[in-house]
Design a protein around this ligand. Structure first.
Ligand code: MRU
Length: 369
């Protein structure tokens, strides 16, 4: 997508032909800074420190992390060590394990001297495929937005509420939840986005608002608690979120607070869609509430907040009394029954085992408990 008219992806191989560059998302929205990853540790830290985040981008970064590890040691043991190091960076987004499995499978039967080139080729393919997949998600979601637009009085925008950042900065390009929004905007459908701030790390306020603003999509940032009120007032036509892991039965793990929006949407008959690449489906689990690991992050993310002062400096301040304990659950699970549909690269599936298998029949043999 574009920043000030210039097209970017979120991860790329640098001009030296081997190191990897990313936008450091911890600096957004105040600075657009490129960070260079030159080692396995750089890639692992970029994921755990959330310089990169969002399920598909985490997977792509891990894929390049394997490439960087191979530059030092291309043995089977080194690949396994890199796999384990990267897998341990974040627990919930299943794209991480998917991408690492893809890399290991691509390298397994290849002579050691050919592995480095094969790894870079597979990592690049993972990125290119993600762009195509997100574009397909966009085309399927666009149909829904077109229908909603047709029901609105002429010229009134379709109001979409989204949570966290499932935009192009969470993927390689387009985003998942935002792909239909960008496509609608690009073809002239009036669309307006309610952007949940998404405490504690504010991925909505900092990142979704940044990317929508730089692409010219009308949007309004709201506090996380506002969505229910807007839905009661008829000010939301649909919700679209992303997901970090969706189970084979359609339960959706996503950024903390997603479940509350789905409850409010159900109470107000607002359609609640989840947009996802099939690489985010964990076909090995079915009960999201029991089987998806929920990341718990540092309490500092709740207790403190960073922002730009009037003087232009970035400062972090404490919000809570000294000594108050803090809990920081990073994800929650929205049960399939609250999800109107899963927008995938193959179309919109009912959020159920049957609905997903209709679109992905080749997964019928996968182990589902
Ligand atoms: O903790 P984050 O910022 O990595 O969480 C990201 C989300 O919850 C996104 O909504 C999800 O990964 C989908 S991204 C296309």
């Amino acid at each position: 997508m574009k920043i000030d008219g210039v097209h970017h992806r979120t991860i790329w191989v640098a001009d030296d032909g081997w190191s990897v560059e990313i936008f450091d998302q911890t600096r957004l929205p105040h600075e657009l800074t490129v960070a260079r990853l030159a080692t396995l540790e750089d890639a692992a830290n970029a994921i755990s420190d959330m310089q990169v985040r969002g399920a598909p981008l985490i997977g792509a970064t891990a894929a390049y992390g394997i490439c960087l590890a191979l530059r030092v040691d291309a043995s089977d043991a080194a690949i396994d060590r890199a796999y384990d190091r990267l897998l341990a960076t974040r627990p919930t987004a299943i794209n991480l394990r998917w991408a690492l499995d893809e890399m290991r499978a691509a390298l397994r039967n290849i002579a050691r001297e050919d592995r480095l080139a094969a790894a870079y080729a597979r990592a690049a393919q993972i990125c290119d495929d993600d762009v195509e997949i997100c574009a397909a998600i966009g085309r399927h979601g666009l149909e829904i937005l077109r229908r909603l637009a047709a029901d609105k009085p002429k010229g009134e925008p379709v109001n979409v509420l989204t949570h966290c950042n499932a935009g192009w900065l969470a993927t390689i390009d387009w985003g998942t939840a935002t792909a239909p929004i960008y496509m609608a905007h690009n073809e002239g459908i009036p669309v307006h986005v309610w952007v949940d701030e998404t405490r504690p790390r504010n991925q909505g306020a900092a990142i979704t608002a940044y990317e929508l603003g730089h692409h010219g999509v009308p949007h309004t940032v709201i506090a996380d608690n506002v969505g229910g009120h807007l839905m009661q007032q008829g000010m939301v036509d649909m919700c679209i979120t992303g997901t970090d892991r969706t189970t084979a039965s359609g339960d959706v793990a996503n950024k903390i607070g997603t479940y509350l929006k789905a409850l409010a949407a159900r109470d107000n008959d607002v359609p609640f869609y989840v947009a996802l690449p099939s690489t985010t489906i964990d076909w090995t689990v079915s009960d999201g509430l029991v089987e998806v690991p929920i990341e718990q992050r540092s309490g500092d993310e709740v207790a403190r907040i960073s922002g730009r002062t009037a003087a232009g400096d970035i400062e972090t301040v404490q919000l809570i009394p000294d000594g108050s304990p803090v809990a920081n659950y990073a994800f929650d699970v929205t049960p399939a029954r609250l999800v109107t549909g899963l927008i995938t690269e193959r179309g919109v599936a009912e959020a159920s085992a049957e609905g997903l298998l209709d679109l992905f029949p080749e997964r019928a043999e996968d182990k589902t408990p």
